[in-house]
Design a protein around this ligand. Structure first.
Ligand code: G3P
Length: 226
């Protein structure tokens, strides 16, 4: 399962893009509003940091069909071919998704809270659907089961649409989503760090370093091999 970073914070994007195997960055109007300033310049900087090949997901802000289609095309023109246009799962959004997908644009249908919405998005030609795991769990629904049901629907139909699961508050849910066979998940910097953190890893690494130094001093294996 691909992992995407769900943030517009430039410092976090630089860090995770350097050290972690991320497939790209997702944004939405809320995420961008947290950074403020010149939003176009900010998105251009994100594209510069991650390069032309990684996925950059940018959400439309228009709500009228013609304006939404035009805005989506402009987004891809400005931010490049590996830009996925996020479109909310509304009636207008589905119509725009169909039009744009037919023309070869890559659409991520977002704010998906049910398998029914995912089915419609897939039939409209979406590349990704983004089910919101924690937002479902926050209202006593089962986010993982919803993702699993969507994946089952996609497997049965043989659609090329993939899941880009979103809205995670803990790392365990990311693993549960991966086990459903979902193609991708987008996670915050905080949850991404929780995927790597383990105190026993830290003590193990510290133990290796201490034992090595006791036996061989400050020399590294590389320096001995020269
Ligand atoms: O990118 C959209 C999604 O990840 C929203 O997450 O944390 O606002 O529910 P959250």
């Amino acid at each position: 399962m691909k992992l995407v970073l769900d943030t517009a914070n430039l410092e976090d994007i630089r860090y995770f893009n350097t050290y972690y195997p991320i497939a790209g960055v997702t944004t939405n109007p809320t995420i961008l509003s947290r950074e403020g300033g010149d939003v176009v310049a900010h998105l251009k900087e994100i594209r510069k940091i991650i390069g032309d090949e990684k996925e950059l997901h940018i959400q439309v802000t228009e709500t009228d069909y013609d304006a939404m289609v035009k805005e989506a095309k402009t987004i891809v023109k400005v931010f490049g071919k590996n830009t996925f246009v996020k479109i909310p799962v509304t009636d207008v959004g589905l119509r725009a998704t169909k039009t744009l997908s037919d023309e070869g644009y890559k659409i991520t249908v977002t704010a998906v809270l049910s398998a029914g919405q995912a089915l419609l998005a897939s039939n409209a030609g979406a590349k990704y659907v983004a089910p919101y795991v924690s937002r479902l769990e926050n209202i006593c629904e089962n986010g993982i089961e919803t993702v699993a049901e969507i994946q089952q629907l996609f497997d049965v139909s043989g659609t090329e649409t993939e899941i880009l699961a979103a809205s995670f508050k803990n790392a365990r849910d990311v693993l549960e989503v991966a086990l459903t066979g979902a193609g991708a998940a987008t996670v915050s910097a905080e949850v991404m760090k929780k995927l790597i953190s383990h105190t026993t890893t830290d003590t193990s690494i510290a133990g290796f370093a201490a034992d090595w130094e006791k036996a061989f001093g400050k020399q590294t294996l590389g320096s001995m091999l020269k």
